[in-house]
Design a protein around this ligand. Structure first.
Ligand SMILES: Cc1cc2nc3c(=O)[nH]c(=O)nc-3n(C[C@H](O)[C@H](O)[C@H](O)COP(=O)(O)OP(=O)(O)OC[C@H]3O[C@@H](n4cnc5c(N)ncnc54)[C@H](O)[C@@H]3O)c2cc1C
Length: 425
C-alpha cells in the first residue's frame, strides 16, 4: 500500500515512523516548506506520547536535548501557589514528560525518517493544493512548489497532517473558513536565564485574562549555568478581530507586551526581566478548530492539528498528534481491511480529541487560575480557604482522564507497536 502524508510537522513525521515500524515500506511525506528548518519555540510532550517516541527508539536522543519536567505549579499573578503537582517520572509514570524545543524535536524525527525510510522520503517544496478521489479508490494529489509549478502524485491512502490551516481538511470541509479566535493574543519566546525553583518546574501564573506559562527546555549550550527558558504569555486583546492570520513565526518586539507584566516580580522570578531579555519573541492569536463530525472520507484521513487543533493549554497539541500516528499505524497493520482500519483509528481518536478540544475551550486544567482570581482577586493567605484541595485535585485528575494520560492508563495499556509483517504489492 502506498501512503502519502501531507506535512512534515511533529504529527506527520511520527506517523511516517510509526507506519514504517509497523511494516509499511511505501510511505512518503510531502511538505510545503522549501526546507525543514528548526522553527518554533517550546513544547511539552506528556508521558503518553513520550512512551510512543520511546517505543520508536528515539527516547535517548530526545532526552539528551530536553529537560525532564518534574513539577507543574499553578500560581496567581502575585506568584502565590494555587496548586502544585508532580509530573512525569515524579508522578509515577514509567516515562517522563519532556520540555523540548519544537525545532529540535522535529529535527530528530526528520533525521530518523530519512535514516529509516530513505533520503527521499520527505519531499519539500511540495504544497498540497487539491485532492481527488479516483474511480479505483486511490487518491490523486495536486502539489505546487513555491513558484506555483504543479505536479501530481497518486497514493492508496492520504493522511492530512498539514496543521491548523490544513489544505486536506479544506478539501473535505470547503466551507469551514479560518480557525476561530477566542480573543486572546499569545506572545511567545525564549530567554537564556538562571534556573528558578527546582530547575524542572513548569509554571502557569495569572488568571483567565492574562497569564504566563514558563518552563526550562534545554541546558548546556550557554557559556554559563543558564538554561533556555520557554515562555508564553496570553492576554485578552483590545480588538475583536486578529489583525493577521495565525502564523507560528510572526516576530514581535517585547515592548509590545512588556508593560502588562511590569509588576510581575516574584521573589523567585523577575518576569519583566525575563521578557525584556528575550532571544526571540513571536505573537499568535489563540485559535483552534471546531471539532469535526468525521475525519475520514474514502482513502483520505486527518491527523494532528489538521484533525483537532486545540488551544495551547494542557500540553496536548503535539502530544496527541504523536499518539494519532501510532494509533493509525497500529490499526492499519493489525486489520486486514483499510476501511476498517481507518474507522477504528477514527473511533479511537476522534471522540477523545473532541472532548479535549472542548475542555481546552474551558481552559482545561488551567481553569484553577481563573477560579482563584474569581474567588480571591486580591490574592490569598491560604489557597484551601479559596479552593478546597479536593476540588483542585479533581480538576487535575479529570483532565488527565479526558486525554487518557493519567498514570494508570499510560503505564498499563497495551503497546501500539506491532510485529513487523512482510507485505507484498
Ligand atoms: C513552524 C511551526 C512552529 C511551531 N511552533 C510551535 C511552538 O513554538 N509551540 C507550540 O506549542 N506549538 C508550535 N507549533 C505547533 C505544534 O507543533 C503543533 O500544534 C503540533 O505539533 C501538532 O503538529 P502537526 O504535525 O499536526 O502540525 P504542525 O506542527 O503545524 O505541522 C504541519 C506541517 O504541515 C506543513 N504544511 C502546511 N500546509 C501544507 C500543505 N498544504 N501541504 C504540505 N504541507 C503543508 C507545515 O509546513 C508543517 O510542517 C508550531 C508549528 C509550526 C508549523
Amino acid at each position: 500500500m502506498s501512503i502519502l502524508i501531507a506535512g512534515a510537522g511533529i504529527g506527520g513525521l511520527t506517523a511516517a515512523l510509526s507506519l514504517h515500524a509497523a511494516g509499511f515500506e511505501d510511505v512518503r511525506i510531502v511538505e510545503a516548506a522549501r526546507e525543514l528548518r528548526p522553527l518554533g519555540v517550546g513544547l511539552n510532550i506528556l508521558p503518553n506520547a513520550v512512551r510512543e517516541l520511546a517505543e520508536l527508539g528515539l527516547y535517548e536522543e530526545l532526552a539528551a536535548v530536553a529537560v525532564l519536567t518534574g513539577e507543574l505549579s499553578f500560581r496567581n499573578r502575585h506568584g502565590s501557589v494555587i496548586w502544585n503537582e508532580p509530573r512525569g517520572l515524579a508522578a509515577g509514570y514509567r516515562w517522563p514528560q519532556l520540555s523540548i524545543h519544537r525545532g529540535r524535536l522535529q529535527s530528530v524525527l526528520a533525521e530518523a525518517v530519512r535514516d529509516r525510510l530513505g533520503a527521499g522520503a520527505i519531499v519539500t517544496d511540495a504544497r498540497v493544493v487539491d485532492v481527488t478521489e479516483l474511480s479505483d479508490g486511490r487518491v490523486e494529489v495536486l502539489l505546487n512548489d513555491a513558484a506555483g509549478r504543479p505536479t501530481q502524485t497518486v497514493a492508496d491512502l492520504l493522511v492530512g497532517a498539514d496543521g491548523i490551516h490544513s489544505a486536506v481538511r479544506g478539501v473535505l470541509y470547503p466551507d469551514e473558513g479560518p480557525p476561530p479566535w477566542n480573543g486572546l493574543i499569545v506572545w511567545r519566546g525564549t530567554t537564556w536565564s538562571e534556573p528558578y525553583l527546582n530547575g524542572s518546574t513548569m509554571v502557569i501564573a495569572g488568571d483567565d485574562q492574562q497569564k504566563l506559562v514558563l518552563y526550562p527546555m534545554s541546558t548546556g549550550a550557554a557559556p554559563t549555568d543558564q538554561v533556555l527558558m520557554n515562555w508564553a504569555t496570553a492576554r485578552r486583546a483590545d480588538s475583536t478581530e486578529p489583525e493577521y492570520r495565525a502564523d507560528w513565526n510572526r516576530p514581535v518586539h517585547p515592548d509590545k507586551f512588556l508593560r502588562y507584566f511590569a509588576d510581575w516580580k516574584f521573589d523567585w522570578l523577575d518576569v519583566p526581566g525575563l521578557l525584556s531579555t528575550a532571544a526571540e519573541a513571536y505573537e499568535y492569536p489563540m485559535v483552534d478548530r471546531d471539532p469535526l463530525p468525521r475525519w475520514t472520507f474514502g482513502r483520505v484521513t486527518l491527523l494532528g492539528d489538521a484533525a483537532h487543533a486545540m488551544y495551547p493549554v494542557g500540553s496536548n497539541g503535539a502530544t496527541q498528534s504523536i499518539v494519532d500516528g501510532r494509533v493509525l499505524a497500529h490499526h492499519l497493520a493489525v486489520r486486514g481491511d483499510v476501511d476498517e482500519a481507518l474507522a477504528a483509528y477514527e473511533q479511537e481518536r476522534r471522540p477523545a480529541m473532541t472532548q479535549l478540544q472542548s475542555s481546552n475551550r474551558q481552559m482545561g486544567p488551567e481553569i484553577v487560575i481563573g477560579l482563584a482570581h474569581e474567588r480571591a482577586p486580591e490574592g490569598f493567605d491560604d489557597i484551601h480557604e479559596v479552593i478546597p484541595e479536593a476540588e483542585l485535585r479533581a480538576i487535575s485528575e479529570r483532565y488527565a482522564q479526558v486525554g487518557a494520560f493519567d498514570p494508570a492508563t499510560v503505564n498499563s495499556r497495551p503497546s501500539y507497536s506491532v510485529q513487523r509483517i512482510r507485505r507484498s504489492g
